[in-house]
Design a protein around this ligand. Structure first.
Ligand code: AKG
Length: 360
């Protein structure tokens, strides 16, 4: 898993990732690594053939196995196995690679977390997952366990949309339909595909006759999250077993320390910069705008904490400079009016009835 430059990815691949928000690495987990991953997943699927009932990742609830197969009409029509790296630690072995570790550190800074691992198997006929952006300060990669072509249930994404774009709901008439510039994260079994959580992304429909299987790995910068989905859900023995397959100097991936995150999340600078970096802003337009203005095209490094990142940033923010024109011109009047009306309605619904009557 290294290229001719002795790195996990070449400099031109790095530039591509910065600009486009995704990167395909053909065969990076191929050969015996792929065989081992498939064997581990096969053993887990034999035990949990229908996967687990969907549980929000940060609910800190232990997921329960599904008694029956998901149906295409279900809210979650795919077979999902959360925390799969802790069910068979062979799935975590790719993370022991120092070159991969260095790349992840370049993206999510010193002391990053392994936030989440999961497996997803997409049945034939499964529909699309709508476009969205996820919380900031993280990076994902998939390992493809099957050859996956276009419209076979892979992650889909709009290239370059991780920078200078508002949340998808302000920009798309229907977030369930394919964007004109959409690409599918296709490839062969054993390929690794990186994608930014901040790009407009979703999952394409599976129009093929085959189930398609992928492993997901998600990492967070320590200044952007004070916990992980697995914390309090997997037991101590599982964490100890996971640490066994990872060199000691990378054990920070399994260490949760909210006080440290709190210290790292302190930001100095203008009121607007502190507002922009005060919370993960992917669905709040005003905060999102000031975040964008404060970080794009600039160094993400925290001035007071060498090697650590400013909260909610990643190494990818350096990819393009902030452009107010590009940001605002991505918005569409109708979707924006709809989001604004929905926000107003939800505020009214939350207001106490007496207060509303007074106002009337
Ligand atoms: O590939 C998929 O199933 C969608 C992934 C996704 O939306 C995510 O990881 O946030």
């Amino acid at each position: 898993m290294e290229n001719s430059e002795g790195q996990f990815i070449s400099e031109s691949d790095w530039q591509f990732l910065l600009k486009q928000g995704y990167l395909r690495l053909p065969g990076a987990a191929g050969g015996t690594a792929l065989e081992e991953l498939r064997s581990a997943v096969g053993g887990i699927l034999a035990k949990y053939p229908h996967g687990f009932i969907h549980t929000p990742p940060y609910a800190h609830i232990r997921p329960q196995p599904r008694p029956d197969a998901p149906k295409p009409s279900d809210h979650t029509p795919t077979v999902i196995i959360p925390h799969i790296g802790f069910l068979d630690t062979r799935i975590l072995k790719p993370l022991a690679n120092p070159k991969l570790h260095a790349l992840l550190q370049r993206i999510v800074g010193a002391d990053f977390y392994l936030s989440h691992t999961w497996f997803q198997m997409v049945p034939p006929g499964a529909g699309r997952l709508s476009y969205h952006k996820d919380r900031r300060g993280s990076i994902n990669f998939n390992i493809l366990l099957d050859d996956i072509g276009p419209k076979m249930g892979s992650t889909c994404l709009v290239p370059g949309s991780h920078i200078n774009t508002p949340p998808a709901q302000f920009c798309m008439k229907d977030m369930r339909t394919a964007h004109p510039r959409e690409i599918d994260m296709t490839g062969n079994a054993g390929d690794i595909v990186f994608f930014s959580s901040e790009a407009w992304h979703g999952r394409s429909e599976n129009n093929s006759q085959k189930w398609t299987r992928r492993l997901f790995y998600n990492f967070f910068s320590r200044s952007s999250r004070d916990t992980t989905p697995w914390h309090g859900v997997v037991d101590d023995a599982q964490i100890a077993a996971a640490r066994e397959v990872i060199p000691e100097e990378y054990h920070h991936m399994f260490e949760v320390d909210p006080a440290r995150t709190k210290a790292l999340s302190e930001v100095k600078g203008s009121t607007l910069k502190r507002f922009g970096l005060g919370q993960s802003s992917s669905n709040d337009l005003a905060r999102d705008y000031f975040y964008a203005r404060s970080v794009y095209g600039k160094s993400p490094y925290h001035p007071d904490w060498p090697g650590f990142l400013l909260p909610y940033t990643s190494g990818l923010v350096q990819g393009s400079r902030f452009s107010a024109r590009k940001y605002v011109s991505s918005m569409r009047p109708r979707p924006t009016a709809i989001v604004a009306a929905q926000a107003m309605l939800s505020k009214l619904r939350k207001a106490p009835v007496a207060k509303r009557q007074d106002a009337d």
